[in-house]
Design a protein around this ligand. Structure first.
Ligand SMILES: Nc1ncnc2c1ncn2[C@@H]1O[C@H](COP(=O)(O)OP(=O)(O)O)[C@@H](O)[C@H]1O
Ligand SMILES: [Mg+2]
Length: 211
């Protein structure tokens, strides 16, 4: 991605620590002087608001294919109106969930992964996409009560299997999320700082090219 913005995604099953670690990273990066946009999918608006209500129902009423299409629709809005504008302003965007969630959660019900990938082709690739990896029996234990139709350990085991497949294909980088918070956070911060530094020489080059 040209410019100084950086796009980071945190993925993982329910209770893996996405929101906790996103807040931590945003705080640390702000302390270091970076402008950070904290965001998440599903979004709070329109289709995203519907999907949030939908996940809180008692049962999964829609075909998983319809779910995949709705998540992609919400994502289009998210990319166009939140992620891209922030990157154009050279901000760091951190999103809890992105198209990998569609592949893992809808793929786990049998929806064709290539079809999901295809319908999300518009979604720009993150600079850093991290899987907070943990077994469902541990992550569900952290949650005080069931919050969504997706929180079932047999189902989440299949979700995790797809996440691991994406790690093996080099699409996600795995971080073991079953360790104490500060250990996980130390590792996450050094990965993010590493990405920021890797990006710097290109910018220097861009600068000298335009001078
Ligand atoms: N490494 C960790 N060790 C222990 N508890 C954790 C860890 N990471 C997150 N938690 C706790 O687990 C719960 C779920 O975390 P949360 O960030 O809401 O997960 P997610 O957003 O992925 O569902 C929270 O109570 C959080 O404080
Ligand atoms: Mg969360």
């Amino acid at each position: 991605m040209a410019g100084k913005g950086l796009f980071i995604v945190l993925e993982g099953i329910d209770g893996s620590g996405k929101d906790t670690h996103l807040k931590f990273l945003a705080r640390k990066l702000r302390e270091l002087g970076y402008a950070v946009v904290e965001t998440a999918e599903p979004s709070r608006y329109g289709v995203g608001a519907f999907l949030k209500r939908y996940a809180k129902r008692k049962e999964r009423r829609l075909p998983a294919e319809s779910e995949a299409l709705l998540y992609a629709s919400d994502r289009f809005d998210h990319v166009k109106n939140v992620i891209k504008p922030a990157l154009r302003r050279d901000q760091i965007v951190i999103s809890a969930r992105y198209y990998y969630s569609s592949m893992a959660y809808q793929g786990a019900v049998g929806v064709d992964l290539d079809w999901i990938r295809e319908m999300n082709r518009f979604a720009l690739k993150p600079d850093l996409a991290i899987l907070l990896d943990i077994l469902p029996e541990y992550s569900l234990h952290r949650l005080k009560r069931r919050r969504s139709i997706y929180e079932d350990s047999d189902y989440l085991r299949k979700v995790r299997d797809i996440y691991i497949k994406l790690v093996n294909q080099g699409e996600l980088v795995k971080v073991d999320a079953d360790r104490p918070k500060r250990v996980v956070q130390g590792e996450l911060l050094s990965m993010v700082l590493n990405s920021l530094h890797k990006r710097a020489p290109e910018n220097e080059q861009e600068k000298s090219e335009t001078q």
